[in-house]
Design a protein around this ligand. Sequence first.
Ligand code: TYM
Length: 339
Amino acid sequence: MTEVSHTPRVFSGIQPTGNLHLGNYLGALKRFVDSQEEGISSIFCMVDLHAITVWQEPQDLRHATRELAAGFIASGIDPTKSILFNQSQVPEHTQMAWVFNCVARMGWMKRMTQFKDKAGKNAENASLGLFGYPALMAADILVYHATHVPVGEDQKQHLELTQEIARKFNHDYETEFFPITKPVIEGAATRVMSLRDGSKKMSKSDPSDMSRINLTDDADTIARKIRKAKTDPEPLPDSVEGLENRPEARNLVNIYAALADSTAEAVIADHAGQQFGTFKPSLADLAVAKLAPISEEMARLMQDKAEIDGILKNGADRARAIAAPILKKTYQIVGMVGA
Ligand code: TYM
């Protein structure tokens, strides 16, 4: 039936739920910039519809969406090269999500560990949107026929589900219409851990602000958080194998490597035998050098909200121009009259 050649296209999204942090930067934003610079057609989305799967104060959501847009731009996303927009301005995402709600199986959704984590003990009281979250995520990606999705490690299961949805749709409708999207989980910091507990992921929802470096933190705050980061009493080992069973040490080495565009091996080679009293100040200097300009630029951009809103509107128009024909074709395949 429908044969489509899938040209490379990158898509990724971030939830505008406040506290954009170092994990989001190293696991996602920084790598988005890499794909943009490689010249691959790239689409980046503030997933505001995903955000409301758990309660958001309306004024906080508006602020967080604009601040996230400022974070993308300050990190190096050029809205004239890449497409930058918020999800709710492109209705094709939710239209495609409905089709995928009818492709995905209850059993697949029930296996999603993020749903289990977020819904907690009281799953009966979670929103239906939280349960269906990964089908909307599949729609985000497949409504652009995206072929590559750069993310942190925590999104791997959702991307495998996206592949399952594409496969089942293609199989049921006897088509090759949807690409089988590749998760791109690469680099030294695909899972940045909490600065207070090396067994927990750095996250926006951690009650301790000392557990994460926010992209809005100033230079002094960044340096203080690194100085106070939990570590063990041993010096750095002389090989990465020596970091096994030392989660806090490994996390700081990985953060250093990712910030320096290097590898854990190279960082260990340069700092073998150092005490944390020496290593932490070097890491703090590096983090401040890389992150402080981003937080300053975010603050500057946030002074002109109309400019940000204009960028998002322009991005949404360009995104719709790609999504609308793919949705139309999907409706035709499914058998909708008028499509
Ligand atoms: P979100 O908003 O939780 O996180 C955004 C991106 O940051 C990465 N990330 C991390 N990477 C390394 N270490 C960490 N500690 C860390 N914490 C977060 C995430 O892996 C992600 O890449 N469901 C997605 C948003 C989404 C999406 C999409 C992503 C919606 N539709 C389509 C890709 C494609 C989420 O909640 O990410």
